[in-house]
Write a protein that binds this ligand. Structure first.
Ligand SMILES: [Zn+2]
Length: 195
């Protein structure tokens, strides 16, 4: 699909961790602690509603050098939402983000990774649409923690954009896989950068 970023062309050992659906106080500060231990930077695709509720958690991520990005105000399903309503929701989230980080690049990831072609055409002028090449499936409760880790390790390569979730639903698998993932790729000489 043209106009989307799926992975970064990288010759050097760089990885791009992303966390969707936060920030929330139950999970995001824990993620920040893990990242700090490895001097890893990440990009958080935040839900605007959570930014309104927990600005201090968002501030904490920013102060530690991470990037915040747009994941709509209300985690909308693009295919169920009329164009203008969808665009308005994205703009609302962007407003919340810009209160916290006015000069940050405009990055957008559609919830569920799905968006209509009209929505994507309308957003593309303003935002870089960031997808991924490695989905951890951390939110899938039928997936064991070890399987979640192993498939994530297996599919990651230089320049990969990896999706974790800082959400209650994904917490169990993510809290198992993330530290081990960081450990594995740090030992292999990789660094973790913001998008
Ligand atoms: Zn999401």
């Amino acid at each position: 699909m043209p106009g989307y970023t799926w992975l970064k062309e990288e010759q050097t050992k760089k990885l791009y961790l992303t966390f969707d659906d936060g920030p929330i106080p139950e999970v995001t500060p824990w993620v920040l602690e893990q990242l700090a231990q490895y001097n890893a930077k990440a990009t958080f695709f935040t839900v605007g509603d959570n930014l309104v509720k927990y600005p201090e958690v968002a501030e904490q991520a920013l102060s530690q050098g991470h990037r915040l990005a747009n994941h709509t105000q209300h985690h909308l399903k693009g295919w169920k939402t009329p164009l203008q309503q969808y665009l308005h929701d994205v703009a609302q989230c962007q407003q919340e983000l810009e209160k916290l980080a006015p000069a940050a690049p405009k990055l957008f990831r559609p919830p569920y990774g799905r968006i209509t072609s009209r929505q994507s055409a309308a957003l593309r002028g303003t935002y870089e649409l960031v997808m991924w090449d490695v989905l951890t499936n951390d939110y899938d409760k039928s997936l064991s923690q070890e399987k979640c880790l192993q498939q994530t390790l297996k599919h990651t390569q230089s320049g990969s954009i990896i999706v974790f979730h800082d959400s209650l639903k994904a917490k169990q698998n993510m809290m198992y896989a993330l530290p081990r993932f960081l450990d594995h790729f740090t030992a292999a000489g990789y660094t973790f950068e913001t998008l």
